[in-house]
Design a binder for this molecule. Structure first.
Ligand SMILES: [Cu+2]
Length: 147
């Protein structure tokens, strides 16, 4: 038998649901944090496996010249590396396999108070053509941004 909700419960639910649009994607962040989105090209190294709780999404990403290790860091940049990318709630790695070329947009939360990196997650994954040339080593001199 399915439990039925009391009228009061239903009214409460309806009220809560009617409030939902107000807290959609545009809801302001808590004033204690700032989120920065980085976009980087990468190659899939591993994908989460069903029934394997510890498995994760890992990718070898190109250099991220504008990456901030902390909000107030003087030095910017993350070298090319293999690392885990936690997937955001709206993102799935379904259909991806090791070797696939992708563009990852990932968001990083920083503390406004201390500037330290608090959390990060993938916001979206865009497939790239298989013949996309990715650069994981030293970039050619002519491709280096001038500082
Ligand atoms: Cu990295």
């Amino acid at each position: 038998m399915r439990p039925t909700l009391s009228l009061a419960m239903r009214l409460l639910l309806a009220t809560l649901l009617s409030l939902m649009p107000a807290c959609g994607k545009k809801s302001p962040l808590p004033p204690t944090q700032k989120t920065v989105v980085y976009t980087v090209r990468a190659e899939v190294v591993s994908v989460p496996e069903a029934g394997k709780p510890g498995s994760e999404f890992r990718a070898r990403h190109e250099e991220i010249p504008d990456f901030l290790p902390g909000l107030h860091s003087e030095k910017r940049g993350m070298r090319a590396m293999i690392m885990p990318f936690p997937l955001g709630p709206a993102v799935s790695a379904d259909g991806l396999k090791p070797g696939d070329k992708i563009e990852i947009a990932f968001e990083v939360d920083y503390s406004l108070a201390g500037g330290e990196l608090l959390d990060s997650r993938v916001r979206s994954i865009k497939p790239l053509p298989p013949d996309t040339a990715l650069h994981f080593g030293e970039r050619p001199a002519d491709a280096m941004p001038s500082h």
